[in-house]
Design a protein around this ligand. Structure first.
Ligand SMILES: Nc1ncnc2c1ncn2[C@@H]1O[C@H](COP(=O)(O)OP(=O)(O)OP(=O)(O)O)[C@@H](O)[C@H]1O
Ligand SMILES: [Mg+2]
Length: 224
């Protein structure tokens, strides 16, 4: 049986509306993700999906509750680079001055690791997997939106993460491209046995994950 990869236990988050008033964004969020499992979080704009995703990766604080990843507690905001967790965002966040290949190598350099033959092999394999090998030495500005997002997907896989947190990764793409990029993302996650939590407005994508949840009125409800 697969092991538990991430546990969210009684997570609660509120923000200040004014000096005297706070509002509760979500409360009592509990779930588990097993190794290799995927999960989708849907919900209306402003329901707190991105805030929850960032809290799961330790980038956002919570009022109470805990996140446990690979049997270790995640301490919010203390360590923005939790080993084993990678992100993909709606707006790609590529470095425009660097080539596609160099963008893939960013996480390796940020973690202070050597770019050796093994790292280069992985980068080339990912570029091939994502149909980007012909763009390796081009700058991001010369690519389409779908191609840029595929670069961001490749970058997320560079450090061989166990979990990818993806915040509306196809939200800036047209319907056809969005479908193609999402299918590529699902298939590469399956091939590398990488778990992911996907925030998406697209219910068709959400239905393709193991656990489909909705954030509604401050509660995370399981739909599948
Ligand atoms: N630092 C903050 N201080 C106060 N309110 C905040 C802060 N960060 C987020 N919020 C509020 O929390 C709510 C949820 O924001 P969040 O970005 O998580 O929503 P979302 O579900 O991802 O929305 P979208 O689908 O539009 O991306 C919003 O109303 C937002 O204004
Ligand atoms: Mg959001």
């Amino acid at each position: 049986m697969n092991k538990v990869l991430l546990t969210a236990d009684k997570l609660t988050k509120s923000f200040a509306r004014s000096k005297s008033e706070r509002f509760c964004l979500w409360h009592d969020v509990n779930f588990e993700i097993f190794e290799g499992e995927s999960m989708a979080i849907c919900g209306e704009s402003g329901s707190g999906k991105s805030t929850l995703l960032f809290a799961l990766g330790g980038l956002e604080s919570v009022d109470s509750g805990t996140v446990c990843f690979c049997n270790q507690m995640i301490y919010h905001r203390l360590n923005p680079h939790v080993p084993g967790i990678s992100y993909i965002f709606q707006h790609y966040y590529l470095i425009e001055e660097l080539s596609v290949l160099e963008n893939l190598l960013i996480p390796v350099r940020v973690m202070g690791k050597k770019v050796n033959a093994c790292v280069m092999d992985r980068a080339h394999r990912l570029l091939l997997e994502l149909g980007l090998e012909k763009f390796s030495y081009q700058l991001p500005k010369t690519l389409s939106g779908g191609e840029r997002q595929r670069v961001a997907i490749g970058r997320a896989f560079m450090m061989n993460p166990r979990l990818i947190l993806a915040d509306e990764p196809t939200g800036s793409l047209d319907e056809q491209t969005s479908l193609r990029v999402a299918q590529m993302f699902f298939s590469i996650c399956q091939k590398f046995k990488t778990s992911f939590i996907l925030v998406s407005h697209n219910e068709n994508f959400a239905m393709q994950t193991n656990k489909y949840c909705r954030l509604e009125q401050g509660e995370l409800r399981r739909c599948k």
